[in-house]
Design a protein around this ligand. Sequence first.
Ligand code: SF4
Length: 321
Amino acid sequence: MDMTDLRIVEPPGGFPVTKKKGRIDWKNHVFHYSQLASYTKCPWMFKLKYIYGLDEEMKGIGAARGSAIHDSIYKIKQEDLWSSAIDVAIKAYDDEIDDESYNDSKEEKSFEKESKKGRDMCIEVVRNYAIREEKNKNRVMFSEIPFSVLIKGNKFAGKIDEIRDGEDGIELVDFKSDLAVPSLICLMNSLQFMIYGIAMNDGMFFLGEKEFKINSVPSKVVWYHLRHLTAYKRKSYNNGVTFNVGDMKGGGNPEVIVPWDEFEIDRSAEEVRKIIGAIKGNHFYKRPASVGACNGFCYHNETCVSGVTSCDYNVEELLTK
Ligand code: SF4
């Protein structure tokens, strides 16, 4: 497959694993960073998701809110809608939310309450984003730009949230809706940033009919923490500091800078090679509950965690599907 074949066709979460003559076709598989991240959380989860194709959980309000915020930010930048940020956020949220995801009136009530909270937060984040970033709009070079790259002979595709022109060079920005900011050491070992960093240096980018290379490592990698664009709703204490109602979280600064330089490229490629080697080598062990992956948030928890070495899924049956 030519890398240009991957132009804007990447499905969310990456390409499914395909089979050729009953065997998994790793040679032509196109990896996505989320697949590797899933493998590092639990190799067995990777197998259930990407090889057996078992569905993920239904999209909850948190995920719908995150998508709506991402979509709004993209639309505001693409269509220069900075002064209509609130309207953009409301429409994006209402388009995302699934009004039918409850079974009875009790669930409906709680869904409506949570949904309103999600909507309010989406509006607050998008409004504050527009206020903060309109003055920087000319620095944005690309938004949601698709790429493909070969890493140690393995094909990868993905989309970078934002590439912008910074004081010291080109910056890589990723918008995050997570509850908390990971530790710096965790961010420096983020597979997503590793793969995106390699793509900026070696990969092919696609813009409409055009394809081009950037040929530069990011001078700065930014974890853009969207929750820092919201204010405290009640008096809070955090790390010995008191915050009053209306104080912005994280001091109102959403940019968490991840140290980065050209030396990261080799380290990242080696890390990726090791993980893919384990996947291709068929190492799909279950992550022991004691390690923390089976913490109740895994969708497969009930059927899977009950046995340490066995699994309730009929593996043979799944393989023949
Ligand atoms: S329940 Fe635990 S072992 Fe099973 S797939 Fe999820 S994380 Fe892995």
